[in-house]
Design a protein around this ligand. Structure first.
Ligand code: DX5
Ligand code: ZN
Length: 216
């Protein structure tokens, strides 16, 4: 599977957001990871559909919208209209039945659906949802903030998930060149990274180091 790198703009300078996005786009990013937080599901507040709408205007990158909000169904239409290409909902916030409904709606709009799970949520919780989703976003930190430390116990989880799921497996939280090789070996093929990429002196080589971390 092709390895895709998705810089998370949560680590960008929001006063120069368009510039920051262009920087990762020209450095070879495959997707743009956008963290939506509501202060309910996670202890932080970020941005909403209005910002996604304007991001859509400044980049050709597919927008990978990660909803960390208590009631994703309530805002799904807004994120569709804003120009998302991929939308992820957390299994801690949506039932399998709701995920089936999201899938219908998103396929009509040509948008990919992902389900995410927190580090302490077992794979059994997403088992029923796997047939409705295009990808799984495995959290390797507790969602809420950039710059947290990678939790290595997600590695066996990814390995097990890969044995039950053929779609894309994305990993989000504490991803750097140091852990990317192990993540790819475990079966992940989309790597989201915030502080490692936006904090790098050379963004292009940071993205390449993640992409080429595949172990022999
Ligand atoms: C965490 C967010 C992540 C975060 C990644 O709640 O979902 O996307 O921005 O940032 P780093 O790579 O710094 O952990
Ligand atoms: Zn995220």
């Amino acid at each position: 599977m092709k390895i895709k790198v998705a810089p998370s703009i949560l680590s960008a300078d929001f006063s120069r957001l368009a510039e920051e996005i262009k920087k990762v786009e020209s450095a070879g990013a495959d997707l743009l990871h956008i963290d939506i937080m509501d202060g309910h599901f996670v202890p932080n507040i970020t941005i909403g559909p209005v910002v996604v709408k304007y991001i859509r205007k400044v980049t050709a990158l597919p927008l990978d919208v990660h909803l960390m909000i208590a009631d994703p169904g309530k805002y799904m239409d807004d994120f569709i209209r804003a120009g998302s290409d991929m939308i992820t909902v957390h299994i801690e916030t949506a039932s399998t039945a709701e995920i089936a409904v999201f899938k219908k709606k998103l396929s009509k709009a040509g948008i990919k659906l992902g389900v995410s799970l927190n580090p302490d949520t077992p794979l059994s919780k997403i088992k029923g949802a796997l047939k409705f989703v295009d990808f799984v976003l495995v959290m390797s930190v507790f969602p809420g903030f950039s710059g947290q430390k990678f939790i290595p116990s997600v590695l066996p989880k990814i390995k097990k998930l890969r044995s039950m799921f053929n779609g894309d497996i994305s990993v989000d939280g504490g991803v750097s060149d140091k852990v990317a090789g192990a993540l790819i070996a475990a079966g992940a093929n989309i790597l989201a990274a915030g502080s490692y990429i936006f904090g790098a002196k050379n963004v292009k080589s940071a993205i390449e180091r993640i992409r080429n971390a595949r172990r022999e």
